[in-house]
Design a binder for this molecule. Structure first.
Ligand code: SF4
Length: 401
């Protein structure tokens, strides 16, 4: 059996042809990106494919459900072949050659292999030369239904390749999904070589041609992006925007019990974000040269007024209109102003009542009250104590491509 773990992946192959059709720009976007590390479900699928390939190998270590899935695939395969011959009124199918895990390659209209090579790795092919009938089976061990056989581009490509390399006048291509219930667990399409081969080849070559254009468009969708390695990376800004929209819509559609059930994960995510932010901020403060796209923002200050009564007294001429009132309301306003006196409040007051610009108002306050900066020599009589705030992490340039 070919080594499934090898890092090389053709840019266009049977397994990603549907993605390439939906999003022609995905071929270029994924080029050179590393493979995803396989999830537990993918590893299980690979193991089951290996067991299906080698029927003689021991199944002792498999779980009962996994054994049932393999047996179900076998049963569905045999039933389908038997039913097909019955419906074609063929009593004797004749000899059969079975190919497992065989790799095929796409050729163009003149029979030359397409370059760069476009491979297709079939799970199981049964060839009945006496009647020129071929069955192609693809196993999917996931729980998510895949595209129906008639619309399945992986199967369509298998059909073109198989009829080129093996022959056959009628080619039946089927998907087996043993973990699903009937009728989702098995679906098939029949291709007649004389009717469908050239049109299918043209369609596939057209998809490849679209992907090869330098300006091939990236078109995000759930079907296209789910298994795309460019998803969420700088190679595909469209997918980032799309993911944000999708996750928002997804959250908005959830019922309160589901939202509540997510709380633990959300809190964990919050902790990750906090830890990321703290670490990045530390690097930006300590080793800024290590970061290319993030850095610290401008220093901002917190100004606090040390002696509110004294400060109010110094700025009294500017607050006269409020202090020189004999009414009880005016007195209350005066007290409120005294107690809440802050630099932004004074500045806003001056901007509003004295038509000053923000800079002029601040300059006047600093001049009248005096500012003592943290860590600097004491300034006699300064009424504002100014302390730098922690500098924020900010994005500084375009992201790495
Ligand atoms: S992430 Fe989606 S939109 Fe972006 S290249 Fe991949 S398939 Fe296309």
């Amino acid at each position: 059996m070919p080594d499934q773990s090898q890092p090389f992946r053709a840019l266009i192959s049977a397994s990603n042809l549907y993605r390439r059709k939906l999003c022609p720009g995905s071929a270029k976007a994924e080029e050179g990106l590393p493979e995803f590390s396989p999830s537990a479900a993918q590893r299980q699928g690979t193991d089951l494919h290996a067991k299906e390939y080698d029927e003689e190998s021991s199944r002792d270590e498999l779980k009962a459900g996994e054994k049932r899935a393999l047996e179900k695939n076998k049963r569905m395969t045999e039933d389908f072949i038997r039913q097909t011959f019955l419906s074609l009124e063929i009593a004797d199918p004749g000899p059969c050659r079975v190919f497992k895990e065989r790799e095929f390659f796409l050729s163009d209209e003149s029979g030359d292999p397409v370059y760069p090579a476009v491979p297709g790795h079939t799970d199981e092919v049964h060839w009945y030369p006496q009647h020129k009938i071929v069955f192609v089976f693809d196993s999917k061990f996931g729980r998510k239904p895949v595209q129906k056989a008639e619309m399945n581009y992986q199967l369509r490509l298998y059909f073109v390749m198989v009829q080129d390399e093996i022959g056959g006048e009628r080619i039946f291509c089927a998907i087996r999904q043993p973990y699903l219930k009937s009728p989702e667990d098995f679906h098939s399409v029949e291709y007649i070589t004389s009717e469908h081969a050239e049109a299918s080849r043209r369609e596939i070559l057209q998809i490849i041609a679209e992907c090869s254009k330098p300006d091939a468009k990236r078109i995000p969708s759930i079907d296209a992006c789910t298994y795309c390695r460019a998803q969420g990376t700088a190679r595909c800004p469209e997918s980032r925007q799309f993911l944000r929209q999708v996750s928002r819509q997804h959250i908005l559609a959830l019922h309160p019990p589901t939202l509540e059930a997510m709380a633990t994960d959300i809190i964990a995510a919050e902790n990750v974000i906090e830890a990321w932010y703290d670490r990045m901020q530390f690097i930006a403060e300590t080793y800024p040269e290590l970061l290319q796209h993030y850095g610290l923002g401008f220093t901002q200050y917190t100004d606090s007024v040390r002696n509110i009564a004294a400060a109010y007294g110094k700025l009294a001429p500017f607050f006269d209109s409020e202090r020189n009132t004999s009414s009880y309301d005016g007195f209350l306003r005066f007290v409120t102003n005294c107690c809440k006196l802050s630099v932004p409040k004074m500045r806003n007051y001056l901007i509003k009542h004295h038509s000053m610009t923000e800079d002029d108002a601040y300059a006047l306050i600093v001049r009248e009250l005096g500012v003592q900066h943290e860590g600097e020599d004491p300034i006699e009589g300064a009424l504002i104590f100014s302390k730098p705030k922690k500098r924020m992490l900010v994005k500084t340039t375009k992201e790495r491509s």
